[in-house]
Design a protein around this ligand. Structure first.
Ligand code: GLC
Length: 743
């Protein structure tokens, strides 16, 4: 519907314009009745619609809706179809409860395993995050409901999140902390982007012109609105000028008045205000025009939540003890069996429409399991009698299944964890049971990695993460083989927290936190350093097995503006149907300085019947090979060789091959006294000009072989790496002549 937005802007008073740029209350924007401008409603997500019941007699009473698996779990599905389906269901639910924009997905990168909100984020890898978040956005927005990609940007800890500055290089920011947002914006045009509380390199996100205007709009072409995280505004006037459209919640008119005053006294141009107003009008009309009648269908959506939870679980270890078989004497141990933790604390916490535990499911299906609580779910206390009963029950069984995990209080929005351990009572009981029962299975319910000192002593480990209200049913299907686990880890489980690359700097001093590890986040670090980890990014087992063969490329060389297709054949070599998540990693072989050993640049999930073979395909473009080059403020792939790895996990290499990329793009070349000779020899722009110097140096050091071969040139080592100034210092080369040469 055409709304003559320009005309409306001309009819709005200055006060009304300023008023449109902040909320009416905690969840709504302001309406302007006289001009037919509607108010629209936000509500939290990201993995469920947290809609306050307008008829309730007290605030924060939510309408029961579906609590889907949290992003920590859905990321492990590597399944864009599943995320899109979840998004569609969430969109329908939003329409049913009259929510116009859902506050998700949350795409912050898991820089450290102990960030309190990791449960709400997808991965340590921005490529996986961007693809899955985009699928979620597509699903939600396909139902006419808006999304809010959050928290823009570099909000990777909870400690002092309201004011701490995330300090890093532009390259680190672009490669790791912005690229998931970039993918979402360029492929989905999310209706809103939520800017974060923190600062980035000293400026608040809510008034960061480089991020909100130069990058988001000028470079990426973003057309939606930027809304603050709730209460994230520092200087509202600076925010308008920087590209911040909407402050939520409102400040009772206080900041509106600052905007009016600033326009009147000339410190804020009305043009900037009109841009925000135009964005807001487009946003609110787009929401209002997309509203439709919808009914909650909780049964249908619950079934979807169960299926997604089953797709997301990760079988980390299995010596064959799983799946469980009927007729076996099975002991369920641990409070999480009857009270699974399936969502995180803070703004995403909602009222599930139902939830069935694994224990209830097992009993409902007559599986004949025994149950001993052993330990409580919400505290770290040891009770001798409870523990002894659990150990005895486990000892007498054929298989003991221990339902363990992180208590609610161990991780949440608002604070970070201080260690990676499970409660001591759980580690102790797992060890005691494993000592008497070789068939011990551990099922984990955690929003972020935990140290597993007992991993080598148990027969199987199943990671459910925070799997939503359908997690208990999904867990039952997986344990008993009705579903075949197919998830893969979207984050590394390090052996200990101290191994994590952010460990020395995480948290910072409360005002600044240094991202000193740069792009070496997660597997980019462990893999490059060849460090042992408990379980690698991309790791996940199945009840069947797969083989990889026949890697082929559509070409062995490609250039700027072209793409290359990579294919491989995947075979199910086991006896039952299963799904394999095939990953593609790119490894720059060109000696590009400061670059991770490999990076994920493709993944696909393939369902295979026993003995079935399918071909999987990936398309790579120059961006797939690129790093972010600050000298040109752009992505850049150097000419040369790249290894393409197709694998079942980041720490394995099922198939690999080399392709060559050739670019005509040249980086700016700095030529001064410190420029080494070999750099000038290799660059077509300066090659001829330095041949006299090379001849001179060869006369001086005759053993330098006459070669233009790149590899040999590199073997020459130090002799060709001498900087130009040395010719003046050691070779008596006239300074004026050198200055002219440099010129
Ligand atoms: C919270 C969260 C954000 C949430 C918002 C509204 O502080 O940071 O993710 O959407 O406020 O509850």
């Amino acid at each position: 519907m055409e709304h003559h937005i320009k005309e409306l802007i001309s009819q709005l008073t200055l006060e009304e314009k300023a008023g449109l740029c902040s909320g009416a209350d905690h969840w709504h924007t302001k309406a302007v009745e006289r001009l037919g401008i509607p108010a629209v409603k936000f509500s939290d997500g990201p993995h469920g619609v947290r809609a306050e019941d307008p008829h309730a007699d007290r605030p924060y009473t939510f309408i029961p809706t579906i609590c889907f698996p949290a992003a920590c779990a859905t990321a492990a599905s590597f399944d864009v179809e599943a995320l899109e389906q979840m998004g569609r269901a969430l969109g329908r639910e939003c329409q049913a409860v009259e929510v116009d924009t859902l506050l998700g997905p949350a795409v912050n990168i898991k820089r450290s395993p102990v960030c309190g909100r990791n449960f709400e984020y997808f991965s340590e890898d921005p490529y996986l995050t961007g693809k899955l978040a985009s699928a979620y956005i597509h699903g939600v927005q396909s139902q006419g409901v808006g999304t809010s990609v959050k928290h823009f940007a570099a909000n990777n800890q909870e400690y002092r999140r309201m004011g701490c500055s995330s300090d890093m290089t532009e390259r680190t920011l672009r490669e790791i902390y912005l690229s998931a947002f970039e993918e979402c914006v360029k492929t989905q045009q999310p209706k809103t982007i939520m800017c974060s509380y923190n600062k980035i390199n000293g400026d608040y996100a809510a008034e960061h012109k480089h991020l909100l205007t130069e990058v988001l709009r000028d470079e990426w072409g973003y057309e939606g609105i930027v809304v603050t995280d709730w209460g994230a505004v520092a200087d509202r006037v600076k925010g308008v000028a920087a590209g911040l459209d909407l402050e939520m919640p409102g400040t009772g008119g206080m900041n509106d008045r600052y905007i009016v005053e600033a326009v009147k006294n000339g410190t804020l141009s009305e043009k900037d205000l009109d841009k925000a107003v135009e964005n807001m009008l487009r946003f609110v009309f787009s929401c209002a025009d997309s509203r439709r009648e919808e009914q909650l269908d909780l049964e249908r959506d619950h079934a979807l939540a169960v299926n997604i939870a089953a797709e997301s679980a990760v079988l980390l270890e299995n010596n064959g003890v799983l799946p469980l078989g009927a007729g076996q004497k099975i002991a369920y141990i641990g409070g999480f069996a009857e009270a699974p933790r399936f969502q995180g604390g803070g703004s995403s916490h909602l009222t599930p429409s139902q939830s069935v535990s694994a224990l209830e499911m097992a009993r409902a299906k007559g599986r004949g399991v025994s149950y001993t609580m052993g330990f409580l779910v919400d505290e770290d206390t040891w009770n001798d009698a409870d523990a002894a009963a659990a150990v005895e029950n486990a000892r007498q069984a054929d298989v003991a299944v221990i339902f363990a995990g992180l208590p609610e209080a161990f991780e949440s929005e608002g604070y970070d964890r201080t260690h990676m351990r499970l409660p001591d009572c759980q580690n102790r009981l797992i060890a005691e049971i494993a000592a008497v029962q070789p068939n011990t299975v551990v099922v984990l319910h955690n929003g972020s990695p935990v140290e597993c000192p007992w991993a080598g002593d148990v027969a199987a480990v199943l990671e459910m993460y925070l799997s939503g209200q359908g997690g208990g049913e999904a867990c039952d299907r997986l344990l008993w083989g009705e579903s075949n686990p197919c998830g893969k880890l979207p984050e590394t489980f390090p052996l200990k927290l101290e191994d994590n690359p952010s460990y020395l700097n995480f948290g910072g001093d409360g005002r600044n936190v240094r991202y000193a590890e740069g792009s070496y986040v997660g597997y980019r670090y462990y893999d490059t350093k060849k460090m042992p980890v408990r379980w690698a990014f991309g790791h996940g087992l199945s009840y069947t097995s797969f083989s990889y063969s026949n890697l082929r490329f559509s070409a062995d060389t490609f250039a700027d503006g072209q793409t290359i297709c990579v294919q491989a054949d995947i075979t199910n070599t086991g006896k039952i149907a299963g799904k394999e998540i095939v990953q593609l990693y790119v490894a720059d072989q060109n000696g590009t300085v400061v670059r991770p050993a490999k990076e994920l640049k493709g993944f696909t999930k393939v369902a295979l019947a026993p003995n079935e073979t399918k071909t999987v395909s990936f398309t790579l473009d120059p961006r797939s090979l690129s790093y972010y080059e600050e000298k040109i403020n752009d992505w850049f792939a150097p000419t040369g060789n790249y290894e393409i790895i197709v694998s079942t996990s980041s720490d394995r290499k099922e198939l690999s091959g080399k392709i060559r990329f050739e670019t005509k793009r040249l980086l700016p070349l700095c030529v001064d006294d410190d420029t080494p000779l070999d750099v000038l020899d290799r660059d077509p722009r300066t090659h001829d000009a330095v041949q006299e110097l090379i001849a001179l140096i060869r006369r001086k050091i005759p053993m330098i072989p006459q070669t233009d071969d790149e590899d040999t040139a590199q073997e020459m080592g130090g002799d060709m790496e001498i900087p130009l100034k040395c010719f003046v210092i050691f070779e008596g080369y006239p300074r004026e002549k050198m200055a002219a040469l440099i010129e």
